[in-house]
Design a binder for this molecule. Structure first.
Ligand code: F0G
Length: 439
């Protein structure tokens, strides 16, 4: 197929089913349930479509990077729907709610590699998505599903990014959105987005875990479609972070993929993506996942240290508010992701997170605090000799610097920058001259 043409987006009936991971019940892929109606377990999408394997499938995905990825429909330009056979093949073109999203850069910056102590470090910057975090990749799939099932309203609990993304995609779909956020713990940028995009926001006296419990109960009782990352279609969209970075590397697996971990939806999505990419022959070697938590919110890291013998819960506390989560919902499937990829889970202190953030910000890339946990985790494992200095590592930056402008300013002011008093015109000229002459 010439590179400038594209397989049209056509729906394929019966191309997916939804199955409960606990009781194995199978549901139609048009289910409006975010969790199993029989046992409350986590649901997973299984694609039943016959697909070509290996090189044939790689070429199909690569051909879509032609001219239509620049001038086609939103779905044709999307870095999520490029992989639609592995996302939601049953979606009709008219149901797809796409901004578009994805197509995020993979960048290399020497100061960050030097800081982390690995030579070949790339940063997959998911802050370049339309609402400035990776959540848009899951949300395009979830809102597409909401449209397919005719949802009257959508809802989520959030530490801020899911709510901003939900608000944006619900606005595009024309579906009312309700978000529950923990009072006083959501950064300014995320609050501003959520309100500006027109979601109905409820600030709860409690933390994220309380918000999620309430969101689950409200969706059960009121029939509102729940689009937290326990929703199986969110997972399908977020898998494309991995698929896209593998494609950017010419389908040559890196040794490690590092990501920040909170509610563990993304860790689960990464594991599912790697399993499918390997089964379909897109890659011949599975990279190791490194899930990184903030030390004050690290039940999964504690679980890893005893081979996940028991499920842990903690009262979470960290300045990286996006991952301030003590009772992660996708625990079981994240355990599977770490085991399948022979992965690792680490905990890093807030000081280590902010040290990494200063380096990422200072080289002109920038990210929000939680995102810097991935680089802090790589540094920790390199220091411990678990990641070798010559291994190839991709660290995912999950959100944009402007998500949390207060944290960005605080990090610089703490470093002695930006704290100066305002100057008059003459003082400013004097100041410039002194800085330039080094006196
Ligand atoms: N990084 C950022 C910037 C996030 O916003 C989140 C989660 C994560 C990492 C962790 O991903 O939960 O899938 O393990 N934010 C959610 C939210 C909880 O509501 O925006 P996870």
């Amino acid at each position: 197929m010439p590179v400038h043409t594209m397989t049209p987006i056509t729906a394929t009936e019966q191309s997916s089913i939804v199955r409960c991971a606990s009781c194995r019940a199978a549901l139609d892929d048009r289910t409006a349930r975010a969790t199993c109606p029989n046992c409350g377990g986590l649901l997973a999408v299984e694609h039943t479509l016959a697909l070509p394997r290996g090189e044939a499938l790689r070429s199909r995905f690569d051909e879509r990077l032609g001219a239509e990825s620049f001038r086609g429909t939103a779905a044709e330009r999307s870095g999520v729907w490029r992989f639609r056979e592995l996302v939601l093949p049953g979606a009709r073109a008219e149901d797809i709610v796409s901004h578009p999203e994805g197509n995020t850069p993979l960048v290399a910056r020497d100061p960050v590699a030097d800081f982390a102590g690995v030579h070949d470090l790339r940063l997959k910057h998911e802050g370049h998505n339309p609402s400035a975090s990776f959540k848009d990749r899951g949300m395009t799939a979830a809102l597409t599903q909401a449209k397919r099932i005719g949802a009257l309203a959508v809802a989520c609990a959030s530490t801020g990014n899911t709510s901003a993304s939900l608000a944006a995609y619900a606005a595009q779909a024309g579906i009312p959105a309700f978000v529950l956020v923990p009072e006083g713990r959501v950064s300014t940028g995320k609050l501003a987005q959520t309100l500006a995009y027109g979601a109905h926001m409820i600030r709860l006296r409690g933390d994220f875990d309380d918000c999620l419990e309430l969101a689950r109960e409200a969706s059960e009782r009121l029939g509102v479609y729940l689009v937290n990352s326990l929703n199986p279609f969110r997972v399908e969209g977020q898998k494309t972070i991995v698929l896209e970075l593998l494609q950017q590397l010419g389908w040559q697996s890196p040794d490690w993929i590092a990501l920040p971990a909170g509610n563990l939806g993304n860790t689960a999505a990464f594991g599912k993506a790697l399993r499918e990419a390997h089964t379909l022959g897109l890659i011949d070697r599975v990279p190791r996942l490194l899930a990184v938590q903030a030390a004050g919110a690290a039940p999964f890291a504690a679980g890893f240290s005893d081979d996940f013998a028991t499920r842990r819960r903690v009262r979470a506390e960290t300045a990286a508010t996006a991952i301030r989560i003590g009772d992660p919902a996708s625990w079981d499937r994240a355990v599977d992701a770490i085991r399948f990829s022979n992965g690792h889970v680490a905990a890093v202190s807030d000081a280590e997170i902010f040290a990494a953030k200063r380096v990422i910000d200072g080289c002109g890339v920038g990210c929000e605090p939680a995102s810097a946990a991935s680089v802090a985790g790589v540094r920790l494992l390199a220091q411990r000799g678990i990641i070798g200095a010559h291994e190839r590592v991709v660290a995912v930056l999950t959100g944009h610097l402007l998500k949390d402008p207060d944290a960005a300013l605080a990090a610089r002011v703490a470093g002695g920058l930006g704290a100066e008093e305002p100057l008059t015109r003459d003082e400013a000229l004097d100041h410039l001259a002194r800085v330039l002459s080094g006196s």
